[in-house]
Write a protein that binds this ligand. Structure first.
Ligand code: GTP
Ligand code: MG
Length: 195
């Protein structure tokens, strides 16, 4: 996809604030700091549209980005951030669950996993749950630039095996730093929204 236009629309804290125009949505989930906001910026060719931070927990609401007046990226708050209270975690769970289970325009969930590490318990829970509810999912292994090329294959294998991914399920090795994986991921997104 050629991105001609991208803009931040709204930071939603309740469903009444979600966009009403029924355009297809691609949501991004993953633990805090995994690179969700950075991936959005890279996909859109924007330096700083989605706010990124080396401190985890930056994105706390559902952030909607409109692309070419055709589709939305929805940046979800990251999970697994140690410093949040039980109460906040519970609220997070309800909030995300409500969006992921009830949103007709949601066409695909991108689950981001740090390519350097074995997926966490939370990653596994998320992956299993999303599959369970029948939402199309693609796994994106981030920060590939942080390891030598010679280690890619090994790490990809660990991620896929830990998640128990079926062989041909969509998987992308990605780097927001270099742009690796960008075109492949766009093709998959276009396919998911029937573009
Ligand atoms: P939350 O909003 O807290 O959930 O985090 P996030 O998943 O949106 O992560 P964010 O995009 O803010 O990135 C976190 C940190 O990782 C930042 O310092 C980014 O610069 C860095 N980062 C993200 N993606 C990459 C990547 O592909 N390569 C490298 N080298 N660094 C990355
Ligand atoms: Mg973020």
């Amino acid at each position: 996809m050629k991105v001609n236009q991208s803009e931040f629309i709204i930071s939603a804290v309740s469903p009444s604030q979600y966009p009403q125009d029924a355009l297809p949505e691609i949501a991004l989930a993953g633990r805090s700091n995994v690179g969700k906001s950075s991936l959005i910026n890279r996909m859109l060719g924007r330096r700083n549209l989605a706010r990124t931070s080396s401190q985890p927990g930056k994105t706390q609401t559902l952030n909607f980005y409109l692309i070419n007046q055709d589709l939305y990226f929805v940046d979800l708050p990251g999970y697994g951030y140690a410093k949040v209270s039980q109460e906040q975690r519970r609220k997070w769970g309800q909030f995300i669950e409500q969006y992921l289970t009830n949103r007709e325009s949601l066409k695909l969930l991108l689950l981001l996993i740090d390519s350097r590490h074995e997926p966490s318990k939370d990653d596994l829970l998320m992956y299993d749950w999303v599959r369970h509810i029948g939402l199309p999912i693609a796994v994106v292994a981030t920060k590939a630039d942080k390891m030598p090329r010679s280690q890619w294959q090994k790490h990809v294998k660990v991620v896929k095996e830990t998640l128990g991914m079926p062989k041909d399920d969509p998987f992308f090795l990605f780097s927001s730093e270099t742009g690796m994986g960008k075109e492949e991921l766009w093709s998959h997104i276009e396919q998911a929204i029937g573009y």
